[in-house]
Structures are given as structure tokens and as C-alpha cells.
Design a protein around this ligand. Structure first.
Ligand SMILES: [Ca+2]
Ligand SMILES: [Ca+2]
Ligand SMILES: [Ca+2]
Ligand SMILES: [Zn+2]
Length: 346
């Protein structure tokens, strides 16, 4: 499914998804079972965004001095008591390399040249993505979203690709070019697919619904990294996967895709979900610009409960306008409607 050597494809390995309603997450769901924390080292969200240096290169996974300022010691939350990367919202299930384990209650200060670094990244950023949704009220004032334990396989695929299988709660990260799980925006992109699948099991069965899946996942990757690492950013906020994309984009600014494109429906449709997803993501980004992050993201995520698995752009846009009306009234609905109609989606 590679459309060019310069554009990475996050393959949507859509299978006949069995909707496993894993409400409550893992077998160890007993209340209080995931109350543990441990320190760990991550990129926050990736070294290009953190330094503003678009000239950084993978250098075969070497821990060069140029990366030193990008390592950040953080607290991993929602862990069980095993000392492994097993928690309420994510479990790292890695079949190669040594599985990360705490030493004296903390995960050692691993850097990018060892496999355990990407494992810690995957755990931390999926958990942060879930925290972001909780911070918006999902699971309290709004319905719960993705209330299950996502399973990650880290550095398990030699190609420069990441994807999900089955019910999309099972994500594999590749290690081609920059290891995919060294970039929080790649991690959260894949998590975005699991969010939609959690809301509408099997979501994304045709071109337009699949494009919405890619566009939302790109959008969520920026929304979460903005929330956790803050804005303004040293690289363009609208740029997705600033670090992973150095391996396959020419620059000078490296982006897998962007949220601020000018594509218009239907004339810019090319029939490929990632490319066409930029029409959708730019509408979501415009809603964020008009209403602010919190209101926009409550509307965008809440609307998705009402999407059909094979929704059209138009029907999904209408559902999003309806969510804006329901949550914030006519003014917000008008702003959302304008974002979609400006792009030919309404
Ligand atoms: Ca690495
Ligand atoms: Ca990569
Ligand atoms: Ca970015
Ligand atoms: Zn994707």
C-alpha cells in the first residue's frame, strides 16, 4: 500500500474485526490494581519538536549528543505491581529484545539506542492519550472512550510502518528508518484508530470512513502532544510525526502529513485514505482554531459515537455539527459547520 517512497503509510490492516467488548480492560481490573507509578525516560514528544532542529537524522539508532537535551524523565502512571510495562490502558507485549523491568522501583534511564526506550515510549504516550480523553470528561461527564487495555508490540516489524490488527486494540510499531515508537505522534496516531474502533467497532470500511480514520488519528496525535508537551511548538504545530518522517521526507520541514492543508472536496480526492484524510484533519484543525482545544475535542470525539462504520464525509460532518449543537449550542454548531463547508464537506 505504499504510494510513494517519500510518504509513509500507516497501514490500516482492516480485518473482519471482532468487536471484543473488553470493557474494564485487562484481567487485573480490580479497582486499585493499577495504582502504581514509576519513573521512566521518554522523548517529549520527539527530538525534532523539542529542539526545533530539522537536520537531526536517525544515524542507525545511535545515541548521539544531539539527542541529549530531548530525554525527559517522567512518571509512568496506571501501572500494575509487576514491575513491567503493564497497566490499565496499555500493556507492552514485545517478542524480541529484553522486556523493560523496573530496577529499585524505576525504569532505568534508557536512551534511544536500546529497545526498552521505545517500550517505555509506547506505554507512556498511550497512557497520556487516554488521560487526555479523560481530561475532556470522557468516562465522567461524557461516555467512556477506549476503556480497555491496548496491547503494543514494539520494534516488531522491520518495515517503516506501524499498524493495528483485529480490533485495533493490538498495535505493532515498526523500526524502519527512525524507530516508529521514538515519535509520540506515531504512537498516538495508531492509538487514534483504536479510539474510533472502541467507539464504533470495525470503523472505517470504505474510502471516506477510512480517510476519516486517518485524518482523526493525525489530528489526535497533535492534540495529545500539544496537551502533554505544551504549545507553542518549535516546529509547525500542524506537522505530524516531525521526527519519524526525517527518514522519508526531503525537508526542510519534515512532516508525515499536515493538519493545515488546503485540500477541498471532492476535487482533491485521490482515492488513498491517508492523503484524503488530510481533507478531514484540516477541518478538525479549523474547528480547534475556532473553538479552542477543549471544546473542539469534546465535540469531535463525542460525535464519533454516532458515526456509521462506513460513514460518508458528509454524514460524519453532520454528526459533528449535531454534537456541537448538543454540547455548546448554535454558535459552536455554526463554527463547526463552516469548517466543513469551507472544505466542501457540507
Ligand atoms: Ca531506538
Ligand atoms: Ca520509522
Ligand atoms: Ca508535530
Ligand atoms: Zn493510520
Amino acid at each position: 500500500m505504499r504510494i510513494s517512497t517519500l510518504r509513509k503509510i500507516l497501514v490500516a490492516a482492516v480485518t473482519a474485526a471482532v468487536a471484543l467488548a473488553l470493557l474494564g480492560g485487562s484481567p487485573a481490573t480490580a479497582a486499585g490494581g493499577f495504582g502504581n507509578t514509576a519513573a521512566g525516560t521518554v522523548f517529549f514528544p520527539n527530538p525534532v519538536t523539542q529542539t526545533g532542529d530539522e537536520s537531526l537524522v536517525d544515524a542507525k539508532d545511535a545515541d548521539l549528543p544531539a539527542f541529549a537535551s530531548s530525554y525527559k524523565r517522567v512518571t509512568l502512571t496506571n501501572l500494575d505491581s509487576s514491575g513491567t510495562l503493564t497497566g490499565q490502558w496499555v500493556r507492552v507485549k514485545s517478542n524480541t529484545g529484553t522486556a523493560a523491568r523496573t530496577v529499585g522501583g524505576s525504569f532505568p534511564d534508557w536512551h534511544r539506542n536500546v529497545d526498552q526506550f521505545e517500550q517505555v515510549m509506547g506505554y507512556y504516550w498511550v497512557t497520556q492519550a487516554h488521560h487526555y480523553l479523560e481530561s475532556l470528561g470522557f468516562g465522567s461527564t461524557l461516555p467512556a472512550v477506549n476503556n480497555r487495555q491496548i496491547e503494543l508490540r514494539i520494534d516488531q516489524f522491520g518495515g517503516d510502518n506501524s499498524f493495528f490488527k483485529g480490533n485495533k486494540a493490538n498495535i505493532t510499531f515498526g523500526k524502519g528508518g527512525v524507530d516508529d515508537a521514538e515519535d509520540a505522534e506515531v504512537i498516538v496516531h495508531e492509538y487514534g484508530h483504536s479510539v474510533q474502533d472502541g467507539q464504533v467497532p470495525g470503523f472505517g470500511t470504505n474510502l471516506e470512513s477510512g480517510s476519516i480514520g486517518e485524518g482523526f488519528s493525525d489530528y489526535l496525535s497533535v492534540a495529545v502532544t500539544d496537551f502533554v508537551a505544551g504549545v507553542p511548538t518549535l516546529t509547525p504545530e500542524a506537522c505530524v510525526a516531525d521526527w519519524d518522517s526525517v527518514s522519508y521526507t526531503r525537508g526542510p520541514v519534515h512532516c508525515l502529513r499536515r493538519l493545515d492543508g488546503t485540500k477541498h472536496y471532492p476535487e482533491d480526492v485521490v482515492g488513498e485514505v491517508h492523503a484524503d484524510g488530510e481533507i478531514w484533519s484540516s477541518a478538525l484543525y479549523a474547528i480547534r482554531g475556532a473553538l479552542g482545544a477543549t471544546k473542539a475535542d469534546r465535540i469531535i470525539v463525542d460525535a464519533q459515537f454516532d458515526f456509521a462504520v462506513d460513514t460518508s464525509f458528509r454524514a460524519a460532518a453532520q454528526a459533528t455539527v449535531a454534537a456541537a449543537q448538543r454540547l455548546y449550542g448554535t454558535g459552536a454548531a455554526g463554527a463547526v459547520s463552516k469548517a466543513f463547508s469551507d472544505r466542501g464537506l457540507l
